[in-house]
Structure formats: structure tokens, C-alpha cells
Design a protein around this ligand. Structure first.
Ligand code: FMN
Length: 326
């Protein structure tokens, strides 16, 4: 995830159990781009023991091919093509989710990349640009290119993050793709993860915002499958996580300035604070500008041994419609 899942974040999440695979932030690929140095570090300095897949975003075929060759020289578990990013600046350039408007172009890109990539080649997509009715045609294109995996974020680009996900589309992909299909979107806890898997029969889950909010989510899912209890997490557990996140991301930043770092922390805090103290921490953290105020506020709300709410509030505007995964 852009500006979120960098090397220090991966290292921290790995301490909490972590996923089976990481996926890098996307490398923006244009005719004259070179792979971003900081994102490269999440590959070349990955000491987590968890394999990492390099993700590219772009639509220029020679550039994508050139960068895929460069990336394959590195210790990666595969290359993933992003066909889901809804950012207007990306879609306007017909990259990411914007490419879903042009299945023929996707066809050409996948052909060129499949001919180039020797190892694992996967695709991450949404279920259409404006309408889920576009999805069957996209699946026809994906089926043609022997990709090794497909991750489906069960929303259209237009949906952004404002709707529930569509498990029936992920299930359609599972039925029609010859490769493993991974379900993505709105998994916030063990029950939502299990419901998504049950409704789709997907081969696995990709977790994004839910794992930022609750880094124990990977461990809790594993505990469930392996018959172990999961201890509810307290305010103090969360405080320790926030402190570690602050320290590790700060140490990674050669231009560290406390006030700017507080702003970076807010990218994570949007997800972490959802539902704590009925939204009061979420509201107040947005207004904080200094490091002492940031930690004083976190301590005010989290320096306790009471279990935190297991899931975000049902009416959450951040995890919109997650409760429909049941
Ligand atoms: C801030 C932010 C950055 C993201 N960056 C990426 C990215 O670089 N590559 C990608 O495939 N998806 C990216 N996503 C999308 C997530 O991977 C995921 O598909 C989406 O958030 C839905 O899943 P979730 O509910 O588990 O978060 C990003 C999402 C957010 C909110």
C-alpha cells in the first residue's frame, strides 16, 4: 500500500506474525522511470523471512517489460500488476484501475509480461471500472495468459471504498480462473475473513487496512485455523504498536523531523483509531501537530488494560459495509 507498507512497516508486521507473502507498494512504471529506491529497499533489505512480491503499475508495454526484467534480478517471490488503483491521477493516465476500461489493452500488456516474466506473475484487480457487469469480460482476458494468481478487490473503481464488497464476483473468478484467486477488501477481523472465504471459496485472503488497524489479524486467523485461542488486545497493546510504528518508521527516514513524522503517522492512525472511544481519538488525532501532543493523546485513550473493540463500528466510513461479510 502506497506510503504505508514500506520496509519498516513490513518489519513491524512480521513481528506480529505477518502474512505468508508481502506485496510491495507499487512501482510507478513510465517510459523513463527507474524503480523507486525506497520501494526497492523493501525487497533488497527484506530481512523478515517473509517472501515479497514486487508490484508494478503502468500501461507502457516496453517500460513494463524492461522493469519486469530488472525486478526479476532481485530476490522477489513474483511480480504483480496493479489493475485496481482508483486514484484519479492514476486512472487518468489509463494505469491501475483505469486500465479496466480497456480490456484489449490489458490483453496486450498481460501477453507481453507473461512472455517476459520467468517466475510467478500475478494480477491484482477490481471487478470493473464503473459496473460489476464488466467483470466477466475481464476474467476472459485474465484466463488467456497463464497468470499464477489473481487477487480480486471486490469493488469497482467507481465504488472507491464507499460500498460493501461483492463476494459473488470473487466467487465467479474462483470458478472461472485456472489459478488461485485471493479475496480482498473489508476483512477487519476473523469472522469477516472466514465469511469472505466461505462465500467465495477463494484460495486465500489479502489484508490491507484491517491489518494496519489490528496487526494481530494474521496471528488471529492462524490461531483460528490451528485451534488456538486469541487473547483480545488491550489499549496498552495498541499503544505499544503505535510507539513501535513511530520508532521504526522514524529510524528509516534519513530526513526525520518530528512534526512531519506526526503527519505521516496520521496515514496509519486513520485506520488504527477507527472505533476507539466512539471516534473521539480519531477526531482529536487529526488536529494534533507535535510529537508530545501525539503521544499524550494516544496515552490518554490507550494507557489501559481494557480490551479494545474487536471490530470497527458498523457505520464506519473507513471500513464501509464490512459487516455484510457474514
Ligand atoms: C492508502 C492506500 C494505499 C494503497 N496502495 C496500494 C498499492 O500500492 N497496491 C495495491 O495493490 N493496493 C493498494 N491499496 C489497496 C489495498 O491493497 C486493498 O486492495 C484495499 O484497501 C481493500 O482491501 P482492505 O479492505 O483489506 O484494505 C491501497 C489502499 C490504501 C487505502
Amino acid at each position: 500500500m502506497q506510503d504505508v507498507t514500506d520496509l519498516p512497516f513490513m518489519r513491524l508486521i512480521a513481528r506480529y506474525g505477518g502474512p505468508d507473502w508481502f506485496v510491495t507498494e507499487y512501482f510507478r512504471i513510465t517510459p523513463d522511470s527507474k524503480p523507486d529506491g525506497l520501494i526497492l529497499k523493501s525487497i533488497t533489505e527484506n530481512d523478515t523471512g517473509i517472501p515479497v512480491i514486487a508490484q508494478m503499475i503502468g500501461q507502457d508495454i516496453p517500460a513494463l517489460v524492461r522493469n519486469a526484467k530488472l525486478l526479476e534480478k532481485l530476490p522477489i517471490a513474483g511480480i504483480d500488476l496493479n489493475l485496481g488503483c482508483p486514484a484519479p491521477v492514476v486512472c487518468r493516465k489509463d494505469a491501475g484501475g483505469g486500465l479496466l476500461r480497456q480490456p484489449e489493452r490489458v490483453d496486450e500488456i498481460l501477453r507481453a509480461l507473461r512472455d517476459t516474466i520467468q517466475g510467478r506473475f500475478t494480477v491484482k484487480c477490481r471487478i470493473g471500472f464503473t459496473d460489476k457487469a464488466e467483470f466477466p469480460r475481464l476474467l476472459e482476458v485474465f484466463q488467456k495468459h497463464s497468470i499464477n494468481g489473481l487477487t480480486v478487490h471486490g469493488r469497482t473503481v467507481r465504488d472507491a471504498y464507499k460500498t460493501p464488497v461483492h463476494p459473488e464476483c470473487v466467487a465467479m473468478a474462483v470458478r472461472s480462473m485456472p489459478c488461485p484467486v485471493i479475496a480482498n477488501g473489508n476483512v477487519v477481523d476473523v469472522p469477516t475473513g472466514l465469511a469472505y472465504l466461505r462465500q467465495t471459496e477463494a484460495a486465500g485472503l489479502m489484508l490491507g487496512r484491517g491489518a494496519i488497524r489490528h496487526p494481530w489479524l494474521f496471528e488471529h486467523l492462524r490461531n483460528h485455523w490451528e485451534g488456538r485461542e486469541s487473547r483480545p488486545k488491550t489499549g496498552r497493546d495498541m499503544l505499544d504498536y503505535i510507539q513501535a510504528l513511530y520508532d521504526m518508521t522514524a529510524a528509516f527516514n534519513p530526513h526525520f523531523q518530528a512534526d512531519l513524522h506526526v503527519q505521516k503517522m496520521k496515514r496509519y492512525m486513520v485506520f488504527i483509531t477507527t472505533g476507539i472511544a466512539e471516534g473521539e481519538l480519531e477526531y482529536r488525532i487529526r488536529r494534533v501537530t507535535t510529537e508530545p501532543d501525539f503521544f499524550a493523546l494516544c496515552r490518554e485513550f490507550l494507557d489501559h488494560d481494557t480490551p479494545l473493540p474487536a471490530r470497527p463500528p458498523v457505520e464506519s466510513s473507513v471500513f464501509c459495509g464490512f459487516s455484510e461479510l457474514r
